[in-house]
Design a protein around this ligand. Structure first.
Ligand code: ACO
Length: 327
């Protein structure tokens, strides 16, 4: 039994926030942002657009490519750190929007690694026979939890969603060869949202007064762990499939920072033509970044038959992971 990616889709807000726009808002420069991060612009949700909005559109695009009707879905897994509400799950809202009445739906929280975690869970559902058709979505509206007064973080993030349809298949093309996930909770406080959970409830005045509702991050520390974690996860994927870096036709890493991506690719001996990036246009969209990139690479014809596609992610938690796909 193979686990086939039968469709990919993505959705991005129309509103573009450029580095020049940020220069008007905070003490920063286009030059600083581009050289330190590789980002030139990002997409920002408009009023009335939510995580479910982008998730549903990305899902519809993936379902259309797969030729799968929403009623055929057995499961919807939606990864996000910016759900529409703390509860119910955004996955249930998306189920309702799509009319996927036969699907079980739940959210998954693994920050920027969430899409890889979602693939890993979905793979096990299909291999065990518990599900045949699954939608895995990564969707974020990070602009709603970014402190627009904090130049250390607000330049990095953007909004959007990506999705894939996974199906049980006897064919080996477009198939997941492996998924691997890792967690290191010892560093949970290097990248997190202090407020709006049970420790610092949204209802406490301290949460607002001390700006605890926003993303907080030790950028330098995260950077070091990210490069090491992505390398470890990528090597695990290669080793478990008996492959070498030369066998990889395209590396699609989590789009956090060009310097993290370049350092990871260098350690893995993946040359630039085999590296996919769209970070310059979208910034870091957390769990949406890999499925958006996968969909763009797919629609641009960059995924070749029998090509080995390596997906690798790192994020808050810390969480990290990889997936290897035979296209
Ligand atoms: N514009 C201008 N100056 C800035 C800005 C800005 N937007 N942000 C920070 N600076 C300043 C700092 O205040 C500091 O000034 P100081 O020396 O006077 O104190 C100086 O630039 C250098 O700051 P550093 O934090 O040392 O800069 P660094 O080169 O480490 O780059 C960055 C910071 C881009 C955040 C980097 O550490 C990074 O990318 N880390 C990874 C974080 C990340 O990607 N997180 C996303 C989630 S995790 C993930 O997705 C993998």
């Amino acid at each position: 039994m193979n686990v086939k990616i039968s469709g990919t889709g993505s959705s991005l807000p129309h509103k573009i926030l450029t580095n020049a726009d940020l220069e008007q808002m905070i003490d920063t420069s286009d030059e600083w942002i581009r050289t330190r991060t590789g980002i030139t612009e990002r997409r920002i949700a408009a009023p009335g657009e939510y995580t479910s909005t982008f998730a549903a559109e990305a899902a519809r695009n993936a379902l259309a490519m797969a030729g799968v009707h929403p009623e055929e879905l057995d499961l919807i897994i939606l990864s996000t750190v910016t759900p529409d509400f703390p509860f119910p799950s955004t996955a249930c809202i998306v189920q309702d929007i799509l009319g996927a009445v036969n699907a079980t739906a739940f959210d998954l929280s693994a920050a920027c690694s969430g899409f890889i975690y979602g693939l890993s869970v979905a793979e096990k559902y299909i291999r065990s026979g518990a599900a045949k058709k699954i939608l895995v979505i990564g969707s974020e509206t990070l602009s709603r939890i970014v402190d627009w007064q904090d130049r250390n973080t607000c330049v990095l993030f953007g909004d959007g969603a990506g999705a894939v349809v996974l199906e049980a298949s006897s064919e080996s093309d477009h198939s997941l060869l492996s998924t691997h996930t890792f967690s290191n909770g010892a560093h949970w406080n290097l990248l997190y949202q202090p407020g709006s959970g049970s420790r610092n409830p949204a209802s406490a005045s301290r949460t607002i007064d001390e700006r605890l509702i926003y993303i907080t991050m030790e950028g330098n520390e995260v950077f070091k762990h990210a490069v090491r974690g992505m390398e470890e996860a990528a090597i695990k994927a290669l080793d478990s499939n008996g492959l070498a870096p030369a066998d990889i036709s395209l590396l699609i890493p989590h789009q956090a920072n060009q310097r993290i991506i370049s350092a990871t690719a260098k350690r893995l001996e993946i040359d630039p033509p085999r590296l996919f990036t769209n970070l310059h246009r979208y910034g870091n969209t957390s769990s949406a970044s890999i499925p958006i990139a996968l969909d763009e690479a797919n629609r641009q014809g960059l995924l070749k038959p029998d090509g080995k596609i390596l997906l690798v992610a790192f994020g808050g938690g810390f969480t990290y992971g990889s997936a290897l796909v035979n296209w």
